[in-house]
Write a protein that binds this ligand. Structure first.
Ligand SMILES: C=C(O[C@@H]1C=C(C(=O)O)C=C[C@H]1O)C(=O)O
Length: 366
C-alpha cells in the first residue's frame, strides 16, 4: 500500500477509515501527521506515549475528557501522497450561508471605548460565523482536505483537523501557538496580528492602530512566557496569504527546564491574537461573548506531541470549518483596539471569510 509505510492496511480501507474517524496535523512543510481508526481517549492531557498523541480541546479548556487521544493507526504522509489517495470525486454543493452574530459584532466595535474603560481592557477579538445547513457526508471531508492541500500550498499555512461520523473541524491556519525544540531547549511561537487587504506583494507600512493591535499580542505572549525562561522578541515581518496579509513577530523562549506540552497550552492559550488583553480581564470578556455567541472550537488549540520524533507542536484553530450532522460553519474574528472602526473591521471579517471559502474551494457569492 503506497502512502502508508510499514502498515499492512489496504489503501481503500485506510482512506475509508480515515474519513470516518480521523485526524490530521501539519508536521512540516511537506508532511502531515494523520491518524485514523478508533480514538483512544486519555484523561490526562500530559499523557505521553511513543505514539503521537493528538490534542483537540474546547476553546476554554473546560472539558478535558475528549481532548487528548491516540488513534488506532497513524502515519506521517507527504501532502501529495495524501492528495493522490483521496480519490473522492468532486461533487459540488450549494452552501446557503447565513451570518450569525453580525449585530453583536458591530455593537461590540461601536461600544468598545466604554467597555475598555469599565473593564480595563486594551484589546478584544470579537467574531462572527457564517453557517449553512447540510447533511454530513464523508466524501466531502475528503474533498475539503484535497482543496486545503492545494490552496494552502503557496502560503505559510498549517493544516489541522479531527472528525468522526457526527462532528468535525478542519482548516489551514496561519497561527502557531508553539513548537518545542527539546535539543535547542527552545519554544518558538509568533505574535500574529494586524491584517491588511493584499493585492501587491511588497513591504507595507504599519499604521498606528495596527501597530498597537500587534504590540498587545507581543506583550501578552511575553508576559505568559517570562516565568519559564528568557524571552527573545524578533523583528516584525509581514506574510502574504493571497487576498490579505498579516504582520507577525517571531518569539523564542529559551526555557530553564523543559516545560510540559500542557503547561505551555495553559500558559499561552488564548493569546491576545485570538483572545483579549490583558488576559485576566479578557477572560471574563471572552466568556460573556461566548454566552451570546457560542464559539465551539473556533480559535481552540489543535496540536500533537510526538516524543519518538522529538516534536511537540500546537496550532490555533482558525481559518477553518466546524460541523455536526446538520450544520457547517466558518468563523472569523478581528482585533479591536482603541480607535477601531466598525466598517473597516467588518471589511476585515469579510476578507477572512473569503479566504476560508477560497481555501475550501467554495464559490464566493457577492
Ligand atoms: C481572529 C482571526 O485571526 C486573528 C486576528 C488577526 C487580526 O485581528 O488582525 C490576524 C490574525 C489572527 O491572529 C481569524 O482569522 O478569525
Amino acid at each position: 500500500m503506497a502512502p502508508i509505510r510499514n502498515k499492512p492496511y489496504p489503501a481503500f480501507d485506510m482512506i475509508e477509515a480515515f474519513l470516518n474517524n480521523g485526524s490530521l496535523l501539519q508536521f512540516d512543510k511537506k508532511r502531515l501527521l494523520i491518524g485514523w481508526g478508533e480514538k483512544i481517549f486519555r484523561d490526562n492531557p500530559s499523557y505521553s506515549s511513543e505514539k503521537p498523541t493528538f490534542y483537540f480541546p474546547d476553546f476554554f479548556l473546560e472539558d478535558e475528557t475528549k481532548a487528548t487521544f491516540n488513534h488506532e493507526f497513524n502515519s506521517l504522509i507527504e501532502v501529495d501522497e495524501l492528495t493522490e489517495s483521496l480519490n473522492v470525486g468532486s461533487e459540488s454543493y450549494d452552501y446557503k450561508w447565513e451570518t450569525e452574530g453580525e449585530l453583536l459584532f458591530k455593537e461590540t466595535v461601536d461600544k468598545h471605548n466604554e467597555c475598555f474603560q469599565t473593564n480595563r481592557l486594551k484589546k478584544v477579538v470579537p467574531y462572527v460565523f457564517e453557517a449553512a445547513k447540510w447533511q454530513l457526508k464523508k466524501e466531502r471531508i475528503g474533498q475539503w482536505i484535497r482543496s486545503l492541500i492545494k490552496e494552502s500550498k503557496p502560503f505559510p499555512l498549517s493544516l489541522y483537523g479531527t472528525w468522526d461520523e457526527h462532528f468535525g473541524l478542519l482548516g489551514a491556519t496561519p497561527e502557531i501557538l508553539f513548537n518545542l525544540d527539546e535539543d535547542k531547549k527552545e519554544l518558538k511561537t509568533i505574535a500574529l496580528a494586524g491584517t491588511l487587504e493584499s493585492t501587491i506583494n511588497e513591504k507595507v507600512l504599519i499604521d498606528q492602530k495596527t501597530f498597537q493591535e500587534h504590540q498587545f499580542v507581543i506583550e501578552g505572549i511575553r508576559e505568559d512566557l517570562s516565568p519559564f525562561g528568557k524571552v527573545e522578541i524578533g523583528e516584525r515581518e509581514q506574510a502574504d496569504f493571497g487576498n490579505l496579509l498579516h504582520f507577525f513577530t517571531p518569539i523564542i523562549l529559551k526555557w530553564n527546564t523543559f516545560p510540559s506540552f500542557f503547561e505551555m497550552i495553559r500558559a499561552l492559550h488564548p493569546t491576545p491574537a485570538l483572545g483579549a488583553y490583558p488576559k485576566f480581564e479578557g477572560f471574563q470578556w471572552l466568556k460573556k461573548y461566548n454566552e451570546a455567541l457560542p464559539r465551539y472550537r473556533f480559535g481552540a488549540p489543535a496540536g500533537f506531541s510526538f516524543p519518538a520524533m522529538n516534536k511537540y507542536c500546537c496550532y490555533v484553530a482558525i481559518r477553518g470549518m466546524q460541523w455536526d450532522d446538520k450544520e457547517v460553519r466558518i468563523g472569523a474574528g478581528c482585533g479591536i483596539v482603541k480607535g477601531s472602526k466598525r466598517d473597516e473591521e467588518w471589511k476585515e471579517i469579510k476578507l477572512k471569510m473569503s479566504m476560508i471559502k477560497k481555501l475550501f474551494q467554495i464559490p464566493i457569492k457577492p
